[in-house]
Design a protein. Structure first.
Length: 196
């Protein structure tokens, strides 16, 4: 009888131990699943594409442009939701301007002029290269867009590349197209274009 009692007690202990172990395993699995879900959400947040200003700031070819955008207090505007299409002059484009022009434009007293020039390089909406080329071809070789500054730019094709003609008749060529950003697209250009 004593042996039967001992066996019964051992069996009951084993059942309780197994039950607790399974419950603990379920809790561990739930915790692991929850951790995996949280990690996936964090990774998703980290994979958000940078905005136009962040893309430009991460590329040494746009350091003069970034300095100008900062001086004109346009960082928050170009970091906003958009979407925007930015025809972004590379550093070499700024170096084509007459000597001292960039330094003069970066002075606080010339902020309004600088802002006008920079916003002349920005168009509301997202226009990727394929859409721009289609629009040019659909409009007898010339597509006119209105910039955020208010003046227009004529877009055309030359040797398969998109060419911008500004209000003063100056031109710039797109040298790198479709640089993606979370709030639009950047097309790098080889010259600074000027409004009226």
């Amino acid at each position: 009888m004593k042996t039967l009692k001992t066996i019964s007690l051992l069996t009951l202990s084993l059942v309780l131990f197994t039950s607790c172990a399974e419950k603990k395993k379920e809790n561990t699995e739930t915790t692991e699943e929850d951790s995996t879900e949280v990690l996936a959400q964090v990774m998703e947040v980290e994979e958000v594409a940078p905005n136009i200003v962040e893309v430009a700031a991460s590329n040494d070819n746009f350091s003069t442009l970034v300095a100008a955008v900062t001086a004109a207090d346009l960082v928050s505007t170009l970091s906003s939701e958009g979407p925007f299409t930015v025809f972004a002059p590379v550093n070499d484009a700024f170096s084509k301007l007459p000597e001292g022009t960039v330094e003069t434009l970066l002075k606080p007293e010339n902020k309004e002029t600088l802002t006008g020039i920079l916003t002349y390089h920005v168009v509301s909406g997202k226009f990727e290269a394929a859409a721009v080329i289609d629009a040019i071809n659909s409009n007898d070789g010339k597509f006119t867009v209105t910039t955020v500054q208010g003046n227009a730019i004529d877009l055309s094709l030359a040797d398969g590349k998109v060419v911008l003609t500004d209000a003063k008749g100056g031109t710039a060529t797109v040298v790198i197209a479709d640089v993606a950003a979370s709030n639009g697209v950047i097309h790098a250009i080889d010259s600074v274009i000027m409004p009226e």
